[in-house]
Design a protein around this ligand. Sequence first.
Ligand code: CIR
Length: 255
Amino acid sequence: MFKNVIVRVPSQSISEGLTSANEGKPIYSKALMQHENYVSALTKTGVNVTVLEPQDEFPDACFVEDVALCTSKCVIITRPGAETRRQEAALPDMLEALKKFYTNVEYITEPGTVEAGDIMMVGDHFYIGLSARTNEAGAKQMIEILEKYGLSGQMVEMDEMLHLKTGLAYLENNNLLVAGEFKTKEEFADFNKIEIDLDEAYGANCIWVNDYVIVPEGYPKVQAKIEALGYKVLVVDTSEFRKIDGGLSCLSLRF
Ligand code: CIR
């Protein structure tokens, strides 16, 4: 079960966020409303939500998932691979918030780069995607830190997606949503795989929070598959975050 969540309110500069999508710029007022709805959905799952202030200097800073890996034993502050995002991991309000919950604070250091959107937690084991943002040096450091605390990790090669969790979501009870390149990966062969069709691939970025699954609005096939597994579903519109390659998981740290 998760007790705590940290989010950051989007800033007006969100229109300048990094993107590979061709869907136009996020509309700030809409992004703010969608973020509020996201926080309301999280609150329904019973977690305490810490809400950090927007950071206009960092257009992608609302995607807090990338700057830290929160485990049951320690928090690991990452070193984002995207240069425009690197300093997000050092923002004082984030460090202060994390230190309220964690006494063990570790750091990824140069030449390592990691964005924690590339890391999927399954119990005490962590799958680490090697992406354009997370390199092998960073993944190695991450695994060493995890092992120091009795946890474990393994690397996963990736070719297509921005982040590992762009195309994977672990819903507990061995259930794993898989899209695109992850459908055939050997590493995930023993999971109960729920395959997501290409036309709803974005919908694979759901989050499990305390027996609820939060699903993005507009992906009816994904939603139906999750409901069929017996989960309580909460739906949140993420259209403005999608325009800059962001989704439900990226918008929070859950621990
Ligand atoms: C970026 O390119 O870094 C942001 N525009 C989107 C980050 C999404 N984060 C995630 O998937 N964990």
